[in-house]
Design a protein around this ligand. Sequence first.
Ligand code: COA
Length: 296
Amino acid sequence: MDKKNTASHNMILEKIPWWSSEDIRPYVFVRDENHITHPGQRHRLNWFDKEPIYKDPLDLSELPFAEYVYYIENAAFGPSAMPMPRWVFYDCAVMPGFVCGFAHKKATLPAYLKALLPDFGPIDWVPLSLFIIIPTMHKGEWVAHNLCSVNSLLEKRDQFYGLGFLSKAFGLWYANVEQCSGMTQWGSPALKLHSHYGHLEVIGAYAPVHSHAKTVTYRALVDTNNWEMFFSKEPDLVFLEQYEKTSLLVDPLNEESMIDLQMKIQKKEGPFYLSASEVSKNDLKTPLHIYRPKGY
Ligand SMILES: CC(C)(COP(=O)(O)OP(=O)(O)OC[C@H]1O[C@@H](n2cnc3c(N)ncnc32)[C@H](O)[C@@H]1OP(=O)(O)O)[C@@H](O)C(=O)NCCC(=O)NCCS
């Protein structure tokens, strides 16, 4: 293990008390044919040293696991009117893709989680988060289709800090993802997470084809060097060296600013990027600066 890896692992242990709990493990919910052949081989990172729990979405005895996933997902996405229908999970996630996250041993579930979640029957582990990623026709590129965590349903004092961020990190690491695209809404807290997996290029700033037009479509080359900055809050010096601020701003409250950037993307005036440090520091409704590689 090199020094940098050790230091970042130590930081995780320090910032995330639940990380070392034997009662919480990563899980992989995937049909047999979609298993990753050599998990965790592409990215040099030693954060995920616990053996995952494996679950099969096509095995009827494991239906309660899926019921927990649905419950958490539907409750988390209810406020944004985007709960995932069961057929979407089956057709668009389980069949083509890969589902993962973290799960808690059911026998030792804290009282506040027992009170929050219905009992879906006999199952050893209860999922606490969900990340779905689907391979695309473009070699090496995957689409992040869904991310949610039970934290959005819990009081701050009961939350598992870093759960959402680490669920996506685990999936990208485990499935050896090189390039990750995704969609989220301007002003969503999820942007704080998505911007930290690699420099985030905005490939679409406005998406009326989606049910929420104020959607940002992004792509990132996965780079684990950025991951610890999510926790350390240190500025990304490599980003500052490689990119410069443009005069463009996207205001999450102003659709025109999204359309304006979208038109520039369509006219191939990009590539355009967001700064993870800025997204992390800003209030969710604060306009975000758009960056471009220096010398472009
Ligand atoms: C967005 C979501 C996945 C984040 O997961 P999480 O487990 O709550 O977040 P993590 O613990 O990994 O990360 C915590 C960071 O995110 C920030 N964050 C999380 N929810 C937030 C919110 N509602 N408002 C502002 N910041 C928020 C925290 O402040 C914290 O930042 P800090 O380190 O600067 O303090 C989760 O809130 C969720 O499931 N939301 C509903 C579904 C959704 O919108 N999913 C995203 C679709 S793309």
